[in-house]
Ligand binder design. Structure first.
Ligand code: SF4
Ligand code: SF4
Length: 222
């Protein structure tokens, strides 16, 4: 899922202070699961903005709504009436959701209420961790399904850097060494021989260096 964090209330007040009628729009998918932008967070943030408005005499009128997905025009249409009757939208979707709204409602200010962080999973209660950097040329099959691009601080593709201590990463001692995990995983699935193969230089071309990436599926364009 896409993992995001809420901006602070003072930051949101700064962003919104020139508007009166504001729609706080939640998204029911990834950011709901990571407890950043679902229905509950819409309610919490709206209440906080109302309190801030009273304290600062800002006269906010806050409307609340959550749709299933902000990155999909089919669902965005469900919010069209609410968006049109407000002066601005505070989106609690990821960066893709915010931009999808802004593209659909070209004359409406749309603001990001979240900081979109990474693609990851819930590792433990209240702990989300990055698992994929969307490099565009996945090599997980070579590493037992553990991504050295994302989970090794030095993006080592041919074995560990040698700095690991007691299974911890040298750079991030709060995290396990990715290569420790890769070794144990390959051992568990009977593929330790992969460690004797030299991985060729990774193809970074499909990564983000060349700007906005687009996937075209001709079979869906007929
Ligand atoms: S190799 Fe690339 S696409 Fe695959 S999990 Fe890692 S970052 Fe994501
Ligand atoms: S200690 Fe392990 S995870 Fe950390 S940089 Fe070195 S090889 Fe990568």
């Amino acid at each position: 899922m896409i993992v995001a964090e809420r901006k602070s209330i003072p930051d949101l007040v700064d962003i919104l202070q020139d508007h009166k009628k504001i729609l706080v729009l939640g998204c029911g998918t990834c950011v709901t699961v990571c407890l950043a932008g679902g229905e509950r967070e819409v309610s919490i943030i709206s209440s906080a903005l109302r309190i801030a408005s009273n304290l600062k005499n800002l006269d906010f009128e806050i409307e609340e709504l959550t749709i299933e997905r902000q990155c999909d025009n089919v669902f965005i249409e469900e919010a069209a009436d609410a968006i049109n009757r407000n002066d601005a939208v505070l989106s609690l979707g990821c960066g893709a959701g915010v931009q999808a709204l802004a593209e659909r409602f070209a004359k409406k200010p749309v603001y990001a209420g979240l900081d979109t962080a990474f693609i990851g999973i819930l590792e433990d209660r209240g702990i989300w961790a990055e698992k994929c950097a969307a490099c565009g040329a996945c090599v997980l099959h070579q590493y037992g399904g553990i991504c050295p691009v994302t989970r090794c601080a030095k993006q080592m593709l041919n074995g560990p850097c040698g700095g690991s201590r007691e299974d911890r990463c040298e750079v991030r001692p709060d995290r396990p060494c990715a290569w420790q995990l890769i070794y144990h995983r390959l051992k568990d699935i009977g593929q330790l021989e992969r460690l004797t193969e030299i991985a060729p230089p990774k193809n970074w071309e499909p990564g983000h260096g060349g700007g906005c990436r687009v996937i075209v599926r001709e079979d869906h364009r007929i």
